[in-house]
Design a binder for this molecule. Sequence first.
Ligand code: CP3
Length: 358
Amino acid sequence: MIRPRNDTLLRALLRQPTPYTPIWLMRQAGRYLPEYNEARARAGSFLALCRNPDLAAEVTLQPLARFALDAAIVFSDILVIPDAMGLGLYFTEGEGPRFERPLRDEWEVRNLVAPDPEEHLRYVLDTVAQVRRALGNEVPLIGFSGSPFTLACYMVEGGSSGDFHEVKRMLYQRPELLHRILETNAGAVSAYLNAQIEHGAQAVMIFDTWGGTLAHEAYREFSLRYIEHVLSGLKRAHGGERVPNIVFTRGGGQWLDEIAASGCDAVGLDWTVDLGAARRQVGEHVALQGNLDPAVLLTSPAVIREEARKILAAYGYGSGHVFNLGHGVSPAAPPEHVAALVEAAHGLSKEYHRKAAP
Ligand code: CP3
């Protein structure tokens, strides 16, 4: 079957005209889908699922079989980079990710080296290639990485953390050590994203989940600066096609001007940001992605439709908006509610893309 090419997402990221607002969702493949839980059980664990390209590709495509989403995102995790650096990633039930060997001593930091993605992250690149073969040009495939700082948070803390005391202690007391980690991470992230692009990713996203926990000056020096390093080393086109990138700093709403000037094509917004104000502030320079509160998916189709309408109205007429949540889909979200959101975003957005705004 020859399926039509849907490149709405790529066009919106490049602020080109589209017939409607494209939508995809962070964590669109995940525990809210029974077929995901079934595949995860077959794999034996979350990490085994990530490391098996056949199953990871299957899981990547699951939400697309159910919903008319405008993009796929490769199924993996941001923590595969530090794992490939030798830190020993594992997951414990209820506690989230942990590392066997977090970076605590100076010699561990000095010995840190960026992994060769072709060798140490082969399974992710194989998943990317496999998904791309299955998709063709049906919808674009998004590759991703954590930001250098967000990866460093897990590498120094040794896992999820409420207060980030270890990484912040290092930031204030031994800044040169944290800079050393961040430089290594930036090189690793560029190489990893470029490898994903070479193997078929058509857009890439940098998840800076914890940049927003930093003090004002520290955000610029320890997070944004290294995102800029990554962007400056990134392939901007592949096979004659532009490869747009998205930078998402969760909690980064007060730094929109700086993020928009980082060299990215699009800025991801969490739900605390006023999308209309953000467009007026930086919409001339970048596309915007977001930013429905993920909790809305726990309500009802009628409420979901109304809240989606508000997001679309806040952005207003014209291109440059990619509909998404402000963070990932909750495991508690009913799949029918995700269907209602995708339908609402598509249906209600058409009027905002007619040739002439009223
Ligand atoms: O969006 C997608 O569908 C692609 C897959 C994806 C996952 N993790 C799968 C996953 C993506 C893009 C990520 C990114 C990621 N991973 C981030 C940045 C985005 C964010 O959520 O803030 C972070 C911080 C991580 C690290 C991580 N991985 C944590 C903290 C956890 C545990 C939290 C949780 O939800 O349980 C994970 C596990 C994880 N990554 C799951 C999935 C589907 C759940 C694992 C499971 O099946 O048990």
